[in-house]
Design a protein around this ligand. Structure first.
Ligand code: F6P
Length: 342
């Protein structure tokens, strides 16, 4: 049996831990051989492969990024995409493909498997934690840790200058990173994409915080949108690769806060720092378990399945279930943390 492996979409701490677990168990327990595909779906589309064996995965557990490279290439929108993928897999004698990715990568895998019979098993990945069907994705814990540490540091400089510090964190469609890091870091306001925010309300929380002699920290997810005006929506542009670029809600909000409260405000955009570097222990643990269960799914011929965390168990769910809709923050959960605002 030869198994192909690819990592697609935005990179994420823990990807290498998954790859290592798949290869270690696959070689040692089942005697499988592996072919790595470079840069997500671009690998099978363009027949770009990389050696994947025990020496290739040695020492990669604590390393961020992915040894296979990643891209947002979609085989279903590429010319002759399905045929090219099929040809590459046949040329290398690949009997099964493990696709490690988020909504787009797994969405493509679900269709290639369901509609064209390409034998795929999915492993969910995103720092945003917004994939349905799994309680957590690896990468999220690392991102929350990095954002929390940044908020801790920003408290002291905010206090020294009695300024407002706006921290923009990742989260295009879901506010999980904002919510978890904001709560863990003791932020005074947390703004998420799921709920439009009222700038005057934010300013009133900021002012009341100053009245209590504290400098406020405002955590805003990059996808959060204000109620009074669609400036942020207007500024969502497509870059030359066709990817959505968000507008910089953090900068915009800090300027509005200064204008409306007369208090000095600064913005810190954490950006890709949240995705880089070594995975947390939890993410290594989760990613490793996902890898071990993914190779078992291949052994069982359970194609179309994705591994997922439910409580403390790793289970298998249909890939299509994970990609059908995003997992967003429940309004009740958001309301619960609102007690700390202001
Ligand atoms: O989906 C993960 C994510 O990190 C989002 O939080 C963020 O909006 C996006 O990827 C950034 O993508 P890119 O690295 O392509 O700019």
């Amino acid at each position: 049996m030869r198994v192909g492996v690819l990592t697609g979409g935005g990179d994420c701490p823990g990807l290498n831990a998954v790859i290592r677990a798949i290869v270690r168990k696959g070689v040692q327990e089942y005697g499988y051989a592996f072919t790595g595909f470079r840069d997500g779906w671009r690998g099978p589309l363009e027949d770009d492969t990389v050696r994947l064996d025990i020496p290739a995965v040695r020492g990669i557990l604590p390393r961020g990024g992915t040894i296979l490279g990643s891209s947002r290439t979609n085989p279903l929108t590429a010319r002759d995409g399905v045929r090219r993928v099929e040809d590459t897999l046949a040329r290398h004698g690949v009997d099964a493909l493990i696709t490690i990715g988020g909504e787009d990568t797994l969405g493509a895998a679900a269709r290639l498997c369901g509609e064209y019979g390409i034998p795929c098993v999915g492993v969910p990945k995103t720092i945003d934690n917004d994939l349905s069907a799994t309680d957590y994705t690896f990468g999220f814990d690392t991102a929350v840790g990095i954002a929390t540490e940044a908020i801790d540091r920003l408290h002291t400089t905010a206090e020294s200058h009695m300024r407002v510090l706006v921290v923009e964190v990742m989260g295009r469609h879901a506010g999980w990173i904002a919510l978890h890091s904001g709560l863990a870091g003791g932020a005074n306001v947390i703004l998420i994409p799921e709920q439009r925010f009222d700038v005057d309300q934010v300013c009133s929380w900021v002012t009341s915080r100053f009245r209590a002699s504290y400098a406020p920290i405002v955590v805003v997810a990059e996808g959060a949108v204000p109620k009074d005006g669609d400036m942020v929506l207007k500024d969502r542009t497509l870059d030359s690769f066709g990817h959505v670029r968000l507008s910089g809600v953090g900068e915009w909000l800090a300027a509005e806060i200064e204008k409306r409260t007369g208090k000095e405000a600064r913005t810190t955009v954490l950006g890709h720092v949240q995705r880089g570097g070594t995975p947390s222990a939890f993410d290594r643990w989760l990613a490793t378990r996902f890898g071990l269960h993914a190779i078992d799914a291949v052994r069982d011929g359970d194609f179309g399945a994705m591994v997922a965390l439910r409580g403390t168990d790793i289970v298998r769910v249909p890939m299509s279930e994970a990609t059908a809709r995003l997992k967003t923050v429940d309004p009740a959960l958001y309301a619960e943390v609102g007690v700390f605002f202001g």
